[in-house]
Structures are given as structure tokens and as C-alpha cells.
Design a protein around this ligand. Structure first.
Ligand code: TIU
Length: 223
């Protein structure tokens, strides 16, 4: 399945591919969570919801593997680096009570994935303590056990968790296709540069394509 991508076409093999949806959690996309705690306008990220929803529907329809990640920490905060706890130096810190429960803590309402993109039964959810989805998680083992070598990457934020994960994946030998309009940042210029960094130098970390190119390819195989 050829997808029109940059810097050149991406040859998607659905049986060897996973759609990875990174950190589409209330804590990043709704007021009162971690994103706002850091001083960000969470409205910047919400434009990604509809494109991801459409791609997710097409991917599920085609029978592809879907995986989700969530950034967050143990309720006892034993896995939280001290510098990360006070990041932003605001009034509230990770682990403090907020309107959606304790900020960035597993099991709290704010930590969970937004209802629009909620995981379906059987779709693996990876809980990660860091920015990269491979650090201190079983993502690599799950992908290998399922014979996955290609990752179609979506989610937030482009220059933080998406870029970190793509770099980790690239060094582990995965071919990453980043879906441009399905990623977002609190800073539009960082989003733009985050995508450019992936596809520069002949695709130094991977490929970039718009969701319409991926959805079109999926429709061609399912019709
Ligand atoms: N702050 C910011 O842009 N992002 C994060 O802290 N985590 C993710 O990107 N998920």
C-alpha cells in the first residue's frame, strides 16, 4: 500500500503496522490538567481530535492494530523524577489535586484518554512515565511479539512525546510514518519544526504524510 509521503513514498504493510495514538489524555487536552499546569493553552491541541478520529475509524475498519499511550505516574509517585515534579514552578505540581483528580497520576480521570478516542476492547494501552513510549514500558516487546515493524504515529505533542517516541522507535529499527494533521503542539511553530526534523536529511527519523493520504490508501484496500 503506497502512501504519498515526505521525503518519499511510504510502503505500508498493514499486517506489519500499528497505529500508535500518543497521550490523547484529558490531562493534555482539557482545562485543569498537566498541560494547563505548565502554562499552556490546551485549545491548541483539540484540532487533532477530529483527524485522529477519522483515521482511527478507517484503521479499525481495515483491521489494523491500534495502540494507545498515556503519560503518567504511580499513585505513590515513586517513578517521578524530582525535577519533573516541580516542572513549571507553578502553584500545582504533578500528583497534586486538580479538577480532574491528581495531576498526571494513573487511575485519575485526567490521566485517561479523551472519550472521543477511547480505546476499544483489545487495543493495548501503554502507560509510560516519560516522554518516549519505549522508555520503561513493554511497547517494544508487544510490537515484536506481534511482528510489527512499521508505526503510524499520531498524538500530542509533536515536539515532545511524538518526537521522542519516533526517535526511540527509529533507533530500534521501526519505520515511522508521522501523520501531520493528527499531531499537535501548544506551539504551532514547534509543531512545524517537529515535523520538519523527522523528514529532513532524506527522512532521518521517518516519514510525514497528511491523514487523507493514509485514509485513501486504507480505503483502497478495504473497498
Ligand atoms: N508539555 C508537552 O508539550 N508535552 C508533554 O509534557 N507530554 C507529551 O507530549 N505527551
Amino acid at each position: 500500500m503506497r502512501i504519498d509521503a515526505e521525503p518519499y513514498e511510504y510502503d505500508l504493510d498493514l499486517k506489519s503496522a500499528a497505529l500508535l495514538i500518543i497521550d490523547m489524555q484529558r490531562d493534555f487536552l482539557e482545562p485543569g490538567g498537566f498541560g494547563e499546569m505548565l502554562g499552556n493553552d490546551v485549545g491548541q491541541l483539540r484540532r487533532t481530535i477530529e483527524p485522529i478520529r477519522a483515521l482511527l475509524a478507517a484503521w479499525r475498519q481495515a483491521g489494523g492494530l491500534v495502540m494507545h499511550t498515556r503519560e503518567g505516574h504511580r499513585p505513590d509517585l515513586a517513578d517521578l523524577p524530582p525535577a519533573k515534579r516541580i516542572r513549571g514552578r507553578g502553584i500545582t505540581c504533578i500528583g497534586d489535586a486538580g479538577p480532574m483528580g491528581r495531576i498526571l497520576v494513573r487511575g485519575e480521570v485526567g490521566h485517561d484518554i479523551i472519550p472521543e478516542l477511547y480505546p476499544a476492547a483489545g487495543e493495548p494501552v501503554i502507560d509510560k512515565p516519560g516522554k518516549g513510549a519505549f522508555f520503561a514500558t513493554d511497547l517494544h516487546a508487544i510490537l515484536r511479539n506481534r511482528g510489527i515493524s512499521q508505526i503510524v504515529v499520531t498524538g500530542v505533542t509533536t515536539e515532545v512525546c511524538v518526537n521522542t517516541t519516533v526517535r526511540e522507535a527509529n533507533d530500534r529499527g521501526y519505520d515511522c510514518l508521522v501523520v501531520a494533521d493528527c499531531c499537535g503542539s501548544y506551539f504551532p511553530e514547534f509543531h512545524e519544526m517537529g515535523l520538519r526534523m523527522v523528514k529532513a536529511q532524506g527522512g532521518i527519523f521517518g516519514w510525514v504524510a497528511p491523514s487523507r493520504a493514509v485514509i485513501q490508501a486504507l480505503r483502497d484496500v478495504t473497498s
